[in-house]
Ligand binder design. Structure first.
Ligand code: NIG
Ligand code: FE
Length: 392
């Protein structure tokens, strides 16, 4: 993670949406002239792979401003949820939205994310919590034709919906027996995720969900140990989950388990900052123990309303002691691995898609250093410009 492979005085040749050559600027310039190709001057800039945001809840109809004010007034995330705000208030908003309204909301989020360098984003459902609406959310995510590619994940087990409040096990059985099979049948998601915590689903319920999801061929993801350590990491490792996400409350024994596993640790530091908390996931211990760490925004209306991966990198460096090189790896190739996209995203090399971002900086370390600044100048997807500072 600490060797991002920086090249200087270099250039790339792009043909038919793919990178066909990477090499010294003078050699590539000769090739461009011979082929009469268009030149993009990136001098004075850093070119990075299109950023990959591997954990988001980007499809939400409205911000949760009263939750925000309640939190500032001292209420906790769990207290807000218990008093009628939280995830279930977004579920209510989704239940009264139209398909077109949901698509517009997704497009808006995606545009914001792309304007900070993201070109590939995971997007979870989880605000419908009934089969028809979860399918509607996933369909809206498939349809949204934004500047970034979307990888939808089914988060049918995000919260217990009000109509199942007295029977959470019944809801889990319903999700396993109806929702997941429908999502699989219509090929609407590659991954299945569950929120496992002491105020959400239990480890036993998550085990049932994983069993059903694995049988249907979903890659497994889990919101693990955001607030409490109840054995979610152990479960993730046991089931060979692709990623275990959050991890703010993990124990040292979980660090060892993750380091010895193939499960990627996805860390979401803005949710800690935004909730006014101070316990970040132990990124340093995870990396030093040999775990693969990715970073993501967790873009959602409750705990992390940021579309910016550069901001996530800034926090990872300043608060979690990750180096700028590690943070860059964590939002590119490691994030691509958390979405099973290592062959096509997160790295610039000959033969790969020409998905890249130009930042207005001389050194990649400036990307996290200037926290809160949006230094993205241009980005290209499959060789076509999709974002230009000040407008395309
Ligand atoms: O990852 N903790 C659960 N889910 C989200 C928050 C979703 C919301 O508050 O709407 C998270 O932080
Ligand atoms: Fe999340």
């Amino acid at each position: 993670m600490s060797r991002p492979g920086v090249l200087t005085g270099s250039a790339m040749l792009v043909e038919n949406g793919r990178i066909t050559q990477v090499g010294s600027a003078s050699r590539i310039e000769n090739l461009t002239q011979a082929k009469k190709a268009k030149e993009v001057d990136a001098s004075g800039c850093v070119v990075v792979p299109g950023l990959v945001d591997c954990h988001t809840h980007l499809l939400f109809p409205a911000p949760r401003l009263s939750d925000y004010e309640k939190r500032i007034g001292g209420a906790t995330y769990e207290e807000i949820a218990a008093s009628g705000g939280g995830i279930l208030s977004t579920v209510k908003a989704v239940r009264s939205s139209t398909a077109a309204g949901l698509e517009a909301a997704a497009a808006r989020s995606l545009g914001l994310m792309a304007s900070h360098g993201t070109l590939l984003a995971e997007a979870k459902s989880g605000y419908g919590l009934e089969t028809g609406l979860e399918l509607r959310l996933l369909r809206a995510l498939h349809r949204v034709n934004g500047p970034a590619e979307v990888v939808p994940t089914c988060l049918g087990a995000h919260a217990i919906p009000p109509e199942w409040k007295q029977n959470p096990d019944g809801y889990v059985a319903h999700v396993c027996g109806e929702l997941l099979p429908e999502v699989a049948r219509h090929k609407l998601a590659e991954f299945a995720d569950i929120y496992c915590d002491d105020t959400a689903f239990s480890v036993e319920q998550a085990a049932r969900y994983f069993e059903a999801a694995a049988k249907l061929g979903f890659g497994l993801k889990i919101h693990a140990s955001q607030f409490s350590s109840i054995g979610a990491v152990e479960l993730a490792v046991k089931w060979g989950a692709l990623s275990a996400d959050h991890l703010e409350a993990i124990e040292p024994s979980d660090v060892e388990l993750l380091a010895r596993s193939e499960t990627i640790a996805v860390l979401l530091p803005v949710s800690v900052l935004h909730l006014g908390l101070s316990r970040y996931a132990p990124a340093r211990s995870l990396i030093d123990a040999g775990s693969a760490v990715a970073l993501a925004t967790d873009f959602n209306p409750g705990s992390s309303p940021t579309p910016s991966l550069p901001l996530v990198m800034s926090l990872a460096c300043a608060q979690m002691r990750m180096s700028p090189a590690e943070a860059l790896t964590a939002v590119t190739i490691n994030a691509a691995a958390a979405l099973r996209r290592v062959e096509s995203a997160g790295m610039l090399a000959s033969g790969r898609p020409a998905d890249f971002a130009l930042f207005n900086v001389q050194d990649y370390r400036e990307i996290p250093y200037y926290l809160g600044a949006n230094l993205l100048k241009l980005s290209y997807r499959a060789g076509k410009p999709v974002y230009r500072q000040g407008g395309i």
